[in-house]
Design a protein around this ligand. Structure first.
Ligand SMILES: C[S@@+](CC[C@H](N)C(=O)[O-])C[C@H]1O[C@@H](n2cnc3c(N)ncnc32)[C@H](O)[C@@H]1O
Length: 409
């Protein structure tokens, strides 16, 4: 790339970094990162960029091996540089192998090497001792990577049609099974645990909707004070991490918190749910109307992106059947993709759900079409940053909330 183009990208990156320093906002951080990445790409020779991209799975493999060799807990505790020999002693592993794995991690700033063959942790390696980070690496490595490798072959075999059927996604093609991805997970307990840790990891450091959505005004004001009535039903809520965060933020909210998910997920979550006083309900959302009637909120986070419009409509109609007109709300928290220039995370999540269950991420227009097709009128609430939004809907004819009140963007 010509020097003057690089100069211009540098000026852009600098301006966005200054913007971030000034505002410290999530939007400006993401914008600065995008500008700096553009500059970095411009400095790379295209052929080197392609080589680096193609070799990227090696870094992921090295990260997984380092985790398996228990390198990260040792590094995280270190107050001075740790030698390859000391790291190898845990397993024990061959110090030369440890050195070779660490070499690659150093080149990706996952660890530091202040002296030859001695290591210090970076922020990334320190993160690698937490359950959600480990779940992210393990689930993507063990479950998603083999499917990813088969996806091009699957797409060729299906004449490059957009996958719509959850029983015929790349996962089913790879493993030669005829059940949806979640039923398959439930039959593989280790994979299910890794997946649920991954899901927790996806949420752990992200802003909770309770931190930016006007829950007091839109949900709690007007909620029935009857303690036996459900306030919030988290459908497909995994281990209930979102409900637990809600409970922490709104400890005095009236009514029950209910988690609905597949039986093996509820069984796995039961001890923590009981400890928090959250009700766990085993429920297959494709099989029957929602058993909890007239809740204030039916909440779905990252559930609809797993399903095509056709499947999503089945699910929506079962929720609608349980909603009370004028009282219940449907709240969906997911990415609302921009019409252009979607972020890396949008694209990667879109591919992951496609491979796993023929799912898809949706733009605002796609969300609108889906919700309107079952008679709901969505109100969109977006916040700065990574493009996660809340889509709030009420039954047609209910008073008040559809696009009329202040706040939504
Ligand atoms: C992508 S995860 C999202 C989990 C959680 N809401 C979150 O955002 O972390 C989808 C969830 O839907 C659940 N699920 C999938 N199929 C289901 C079904 N037929 N009935 C009920 N839950 C289901 C899965 O077990 C999983 O917990």
């Amino acid at each position: 790339m010509a020097t003057d183009q690089i100069q211009s990208l540098w000026a852009n990156a600098q301006a966005s970094l200054e913007g971030f320093q000034k505002t410290q906002s999530e939007t400006s951080r993401i914008e600065a990162l995008a500008k700096v990445t553009k500059l970095q790409r411009a400095l790379e020779q295209p052929k080197d960029a392609i080589l680096k991209l193609s070799y990227q799975p090696m870094v992921f493999m090295a990260l997984k091996v380092a985790h398996d060799m228990q390198v990260f807990p040792v590094l995280a505790k270190a107050t001075s540089p740790v030698s390859a020999k000391e790291l190898a002693a845990v397993k024990p592993a061959d110090p030369l192998l440890v050195e070779r794995i660490m070499r690659l991690l150093v080149s990706f700033d996952i660890v530091e090497e202040p002296e030859p063959s001695t290591y210090l942790p970076t922020a990334i390696s320190k993160e690698m001792v937490n359950r959600p980070a480990i779940g992210t690496v393990e689930s993507l490595f063990c479950e998603f990577l083999p499917i990813m490798q088969k996806t091009p072959e699957y797409l060729e075999a299906t004449n490059y049609q957009n996958p719509e059927d959850p029983l015929r996604a790349p996962l089913q093609y790879t493993h030669n099974v005829e059940q949806d991805g979640f039923a398959w997970l439930c039959e593989h307990p280790d994979a299910l645990t890794r997946f649920n840790n991954f899901m927790e990891g996806q949420r752990a450091n992200r802003v909770h909707w309770g931190d930016w959505f006007p829950i007091q005004e839109r949900i709690l004001a007007g909620a029935d004070s009857n303690p036996e009535r459900a306030l919030l039903v988290d459908i497909g809520g995994g281990r209930g991490h979102d409900l637990m965060l809600f409970q922490k933020r709104f400890p005095d909210a009236p009514g029950k918190l209910v988690l609905e998910d597949l039986p093996s997920v509820i069984d796995e979550a039961a001890p923590e749910l009981n400890a928090c006083g959250i009700e766990g309900v085993k429920y297959d959302f494709f099989n029957a109307p929602n058993p909890v009637k007239g809740a204030r909120v039916y909440y779905f986070k990252f559930v609809f992106h797993d399903w095509s419009d056709e499947k999503a409509r089945v699910l929506l109609n079962y929720v609608i059947a349980a909603m009370e007109a004028g009282y219940s709300k449907l709240v969906i928290e997911e990415y609302i993709l921009p019409d252009k220039n979607a972020q890396f995370l949008h694209g990667t999540t879109d591919m992951a759900v496609m491979m796993f269950c023929s799912g898809l991420e949706r733009t605002r227009q796609q969300w609108t079409s889906l919700l309107e097709s079952v008679g709901l009128q969505p109100t969109f609430w977006t916040r700065e940053g990574e493009g996660l939004g809340v889509i709030e809907s009420v039954l047609p004819g209910s008073n008040g909330t559809n696009g009329t009140n202040g706040g939504p963007r």
